[in-house]
Design a protein around this ligand. Sequence first.
Ligand code: FES
Length: 127
Amino acid sequence: MGRMAAYSAAVVEHFEHPRNAGELESPDGEATVANPVCGDRMRVMLRIADGRIAEMRWLTRGCPPAIATSSWTSELVTGWTLAEAEGLTREAIAEGVGGLPQDKLHCSVLAADALRRAIADYRRRAP
Ligand code: FES
């Protein structure tokens, strides 16, 4: 078990049973970001309908908190307006998964950043 003991129940649960992981075919918006602290990467793919996130899928190559926050965020923002999703902060994500160890706080930046950039990509493509 080791290091997993440092994580909240929600982090462990989402890490072991990730939601919405995988590819989305022909996404309406997508982005890949690398964490400047550790180099871990996350790709977010979005399906947008009526100004809302209809579906978020993701591929993350990273630590357990990176996987868990990717999964948690994808569930949270489904059905949200783009403006709501753009306002989601990494602090809110870290708090939402029950907190992260001090040296893992930076892991929540991936989901927040990648989501925001995928929405920006959608807005760029939109007529
Ligand atoms: Fe890189 Fe967690 S150590 S995202």
